[in-house]
Design a binder for this molecule. Sequence first.
Ligand SMILES: Nc1nc2c(ncn2[C@@H]2O[C@H](COP(=O)(O)OP(=O)(O)O)[C@@H](O)[C@H]2O)c(=O)[nH]1
Ligand SMILES: [Mg+2]
Length: 332
Amino acid sequence: MATKFDAAAYNFRQKMPYISKDLLRWFPGHMNKGLKQMQRKLNSVDCVIEVHDARIPFSGRNPIFTNTLTGAKPHILVLNKKDLTINSLIPRITDQLKAEQNIQNIVFTNSKDQYCRGLKSLRPLMVDLIKDSNRYNRSEESDYNVMIIGVPNVGKSSLINMLRSRNLRIKHALPVGAVAGVTRSLMTKIRINNDPTIFMFDTPGILEPSVTNVEMGLKLALCASLQDHLVGEEAIADYLLFWLNKHGKFKYVDYMGLEEPCDDINKVLIAGAVKFNRIRKTRDYDNSVRVVPDLIEVARTMIKAFRTGELGRTLLDIDLLNDRSVREKVLA
Ligand SMILES: Nc1nc2c(ncn2[C@@H]2O[C@H](COP(=O)(O)OP(=O)(O)O)[C@@H](O)[C@H]2O)c(=O)[nH]1
Ligand SMILES: [Mg+2]
């Protein structure tokens, strides 16, 4: 079992690996356009659902959402990918978000599970909030319009698909992608309920134009909100290794074919290359054959294992949780 290792016995890095801020500054033109369209559309929506990754509940949300898009309308924060985070921390996270950020409606979901309780609770919550709100120019409209916003790859399209197939028993309508920025066509309008009629506007993921905090950027990268090759797969894998070691999460040891924890990403990737047979043959200048490990490919494998939960459930924001005793219990 990978859990047999004692973190205290290793002299792990305390400082995050260095990465240039420039690599995390990824804000393609379509995001700017998307944001403008969303702002224009705001008058014709009755509720805004902001989707974010449950592994980073305290970081990485776009402040533009908080400041301009969610102000006047009923707002629900959906923390999706609940299946990849630590269930026992959900009440603490909810309390902290309510107290510190004044977010009143928080729902945890798994958009890949049609029986998810959070998903089930969303429709009645939306309807109640809209009924209780001042709909201004839309007070005569019987249809409800809901806008889904969030950074790339948090599961916005998956959530709409799942609500639609749950409520209307219709097959998926929206493309879903593992690569950041799949939803580029702006404002697809999708019916997800009949009585009352609820339409949802899917939107492209919009990141903060400049990442102000490097660690936050790396967490977003690890959760696939930035494109991997732009940040660099090895840099993302190194941050992942740093984080896993720092928090005593050692499932990667077995997974990467190591004997024991290791803080050196090169060694970890080389072990993985042997285990997964990711070895390339190249010819040297004198025509002799040399074998080299394909480190980028192995880094991709390691990152993917994190994203699919094979390296264990995680709360990447655990250091931002106020309650120290809870933090220590989880880490113990
Ligand atoms: N494990 C897990 N994966 C999810 C969940 N929701 C979405 N995904 C995956 O996350 C990736 C991005 O989903 P997508 O709906 O395209 O995100 P969007 O960019 O916000 O629209 C896809 O690979 C989905 O299959 C979830 O609740 N749990
Ligand atoms: Mg999408």
